[in-house]
Design a protein around this ligand. Structure first.
Ligand code: NAD
Length: 333
């Protein structure tokens, strides 16, 4: 069986996912949800979607009665995820939701609870959790090939353009660079080190308060402490490009990825040489794997469920708190 997916939000990333799904063996695009009739027409002809599988933001609760749709993939601005995911869950369909799953941990917890109550799965679009070079480093680290892990560095940023886009609007983005790109360093620190952080410290710098308004972070440096004593030092920014790098250092070896989280190809090496796992289209593999998780209960090496998304939001909440307080914030995940 294949997972029949409806995409909600036909924007730039939604388009990328839809194109990648053409190559998926286990997931198929069968429905769309959009507020723009012209986009619906366009997608219907491009992807062969029948009229009865097209919805808008007012009527998508009716998906409940549609046997051609097993799951909805929410790919809208961050602040909309919470309500949309809960509505999909109430319609009895599985949900895949883009990162960040919501704009704070309270919302994330409500989404996890709603999906549990509705008995549907909730997965977060963490495509790096299926990327072969990333998985090889995780394997080496967990097999002890790097020795005791001491340090992780995660740099995540790009120079953002158009000042009028939703990513720079606190109401829709929930924050700034941290919500959008910094989350890759937060999430990466956890799967690279292989532990959950117990404290955070963080510092914010803002060079352009006109472009980055109140509540929209431009640049945040943050540090995470792990129970073993390992530490992470990370940078999240909308002010610099060519910033996509992970570096993991242990007593016996190291691993680095650059680019670490872009659409690929991901490149990297370790103390024993270059990583040469093949490049794969992240979104194609993600959809194949997520179909297996939903349909066959497959357990991924690195979780992609709602609880996983919630942990990142708890850390991000703590990072913002550490910035505000100028103090170390303890965490319990
Ligand atoms: P986008 O602006 O290109 O698309 C957003 C879509 O949502 C648009 O089609 C827009 O019309 C629609 N939308 C619905 N209601 C809206 C409203 N009230 N205001 C504004 N737009 C509304 O953005 P995107 O880059 O596709 O990002 C969408 C989501 O996907 C975000 O949560 C983002 O973090 C995530 N994303 C993830 C990745 C990844 O690699 N996993 C990459 C890019 C984006």
């Amino acid at each position: 069986p294949v997972l029949r997916v409806a995409i909600m939000g036909l924007g730039s990333y939604g388009t990328r996912v839809a194109e990648a799904m053409r190559e998926s063996k286990m997931a198929k695009l069968t429905g769309i949800i959009s507020g723009t009739p012209a986009k619906i027409k366009d997608w219907q002809s491009k992807f062969g979607i029948p009229e009865k599988n097209c919805y808008n933001y007012e009527n998508f609760d009716n998906i409940k009665n549609n046997p051609d749709i097993d799951a909805v993939y929410v790919i809208t601005p961050n602040a909309l995820h919470h309500d949309q995911v809960i509505r999909v869950a109430k319609a009895g369909k599985h949900v895949i939701c883009e990162k960040p799953m919501a704009i704070n941990a309270i919302q994330g917890q409500e989404m996890v609870d709603a999906c549990k109550k509705a008995n549907v799965k909730l997965l977060i679009g963490y495509r790096m959790h299926f990327e072969p070079k990333t998985l090889e480093i995780i394997r080496m680290r967990s097999d002890g090939e790097l020795g005791k892990v001491l340090f992780f560095q995660g740099l995540a940023g790009f120079r953002i353009g158009d000042p009028n886009q939703w990513r720079l609007d606190k109401k829709l983005a929930g924050g700034g660079a941290m919500m959008d790109i910094g989350i890759y360093a937060v999430n990466g620190a956890r799967y690279m080190v292989g532990e959950e952080p117990v404290w955070v410290t963080a510092q914010e710098t803002k060079t352009d308060p006109k472009k980055f308004k109140e509540g929209v972070d431009e640049t945040i440096q943050f540090q995470l402490g792990f129970p073993s004593g390992a530490v992470a030092s990370c940078l999240s920014t909308y002010a610099m490009s060519n910033l996509d790098r992970f570096f993991l250092n242990g007593e016996k070896g190291f691993a680095e990825l650059q680019p670490a989280t872009g659409y690929g190809p991901i490149k990297g090496r370790t103390h024993v040489g270059e990583l040469n796992q093949p490049h794969i289209t992240h979104q194609t593999v993600q959809m194949d794997e997520m179909a297996a998780i939903i349909l066959q209960n497959k357990k991924p090496v690195v979780p992609v469920d709602g609880e996983e998304g919630l942990k990142d939001l708890k850390i991000i909440d703590a990072i913002y708190q550490a910035v505000r307080l100028g103090k170390k914030v303890d965490l319990k995940l």
